[in-house]
Write a protein that binds this ligand. Structure first.
Ligand code: URA
Length: 238
């Protein structure tokens, strides 16, 4: 019981044990006082302080990834995005796809392998939209190449992409371009390599949406929250 309630994010194992011993947990209407009591999460009706606990097999979080973290569950050298997730039970969770260590923005963290496959499989072509800043002035001709599909040194040219919200500006360090770029694949360093191929290196990169789901701009870099039911629907139908 204590393990199950901790996994359902009621509290830490120790907190949950105290709650159980205080008689505030019922199973099928009967108070249980023993943390070691077995529970069938599919059939038993568990209540804590009068609130029903529903069994959730999968968890889904939206993280606004900050720069400086690797998209991995373990790393010998760098901090991982999983370290930013402050949940009691983090077993089996992983980031869906990878953002480079210096890339910011939307990362889904889950324990649902099927969703991960659906969103990241190259054959499924789910849109990924990025905001970027590049050195130099991205020209109309560059945009044509990017949108048509281009050679970035792989066996195949890239799939057609979409550029929007393009702006040019100048400061004391030179000319810069900011723009949004939507791609339908997830090749290694793809956005950086596409801009590099037109001679405009990326200096800032942030993912702002995956499929129909947009990054919640209320999340500061490093913050995360659970996805709502509606947001999950958006992801599953992307
Ligand atoms: N493309 C890149 O170059 N880097 C990322 O992190 C994501 C897409």
């Amino acid at each position: 019981m204590d393990k199950y309630l901790a996994e359902m994010s009621v509290g830490t194992r120790n907190e949950v044990k105290k709650i159980i011993k205080s008689g505030q947990v019922t199973v099928n209407g009967i108070a249980v006082l023993k943390p070691e009591m077995k529970v069938n999460e599919e059939t038993d009706k568990v209540c804590v302080c009068g609130t029903d606990i529903y069994y959730k097999k999968y968890v889904y979080f939206m993280l606004n990834k900050p720069a400086g973290y690797v998209s991995a569950t373990k790393d010998n050298k760098y901090k991982t995005v999983i370290e930013l997730i402050k949940e009691n039970n983090k077993s089996g969770i992983f980031p869906v796809g990878r953002l480079d260590i210096d890339t910011e923005g939307m990362l889904i963290i889950t324990n649902d392998g099927a969703l991960s496959h659906k969103l990241m499989s190259p054959r499924k072509h789910v849109d990924k939209k990025y905001f970027l800043v590049a050195e130099g002035s991205v020209t109309d001709n560059d945009i044509k190449q990017i949108e048509k599909g281009m050679d970035i040194g792989d066996d195949k040219i890239t799939l057609p992409a979409k550029v929007s919200d393009i702006k040019h500006y100048t400061d004391n360090k030179g000319i810069w371009t900011s723009m949004c770029l939507t791609i339908h694949e997830g090749r290694y360093h793809q956005v950086k390599r596409m801009l590099w191929a037109v001679g405009k290196p990326v200096t800032y990169l942030k993912r702002i949406s995956i499929g129909k789901l947009k990054l919640d701009e209320k999340l500061s870099p490093g913050e995360y929250r659970q996805l709502s039911e509606e947001e999950l629907k958006l992801l599953f139908t992307s």
